[in-house]
Design a protein around this ligand. Sequence first.
Ligand code: FES
Length: 162
Amino acid sequence: MPEDLVVDEERVAAVISRWAPLGRSGLLPCLEEVQEITGWLSPQVSQRIAEGLRVPLADVYGVISFYSLLYEQPVGRVVVRVCDDVSCYVNGSEAVVQACKAHLGIDAGQTTPDGEFTLEVHPCLGRCERAPFMMVNDREYGPVRPEDVPQILDEWKRTKEG
Ligand code: FES
């Protein structure tokens, strides 16, 4: 097993043991922390969390399905989330979504062929005062103009040094 995967395994095990005493109450924060390490929540990882926290696997899947920021499928290294709820929509989110699609060459819900970027259109992200609002991983942008999009996304491209 490659060294970074071994390290990830150990980090995942440490997170699960830390939340284990809380059982069901620790489920959401445990899932969030594990996903920060693994990028998404595979069936194997979900199973380990269910066993570690002693909760039914169905509960784990229930929480993952409920929270749109938890992923059951692999996503890109960089997840671009554009809000299209009311405040953002009336302030021009559609043009921001179009600019993202054009710049990345993908539709909403898709990942670029190199696995780098995933584009998502989201309901309210809770920053309506900054409409139209978008997030790139955990960084917040808003109000965003369509012409700002190329520069925002290009900042997230890997440098040559990686
Ligand atoms: S409507 Fe877009 S952040 Fe609330």
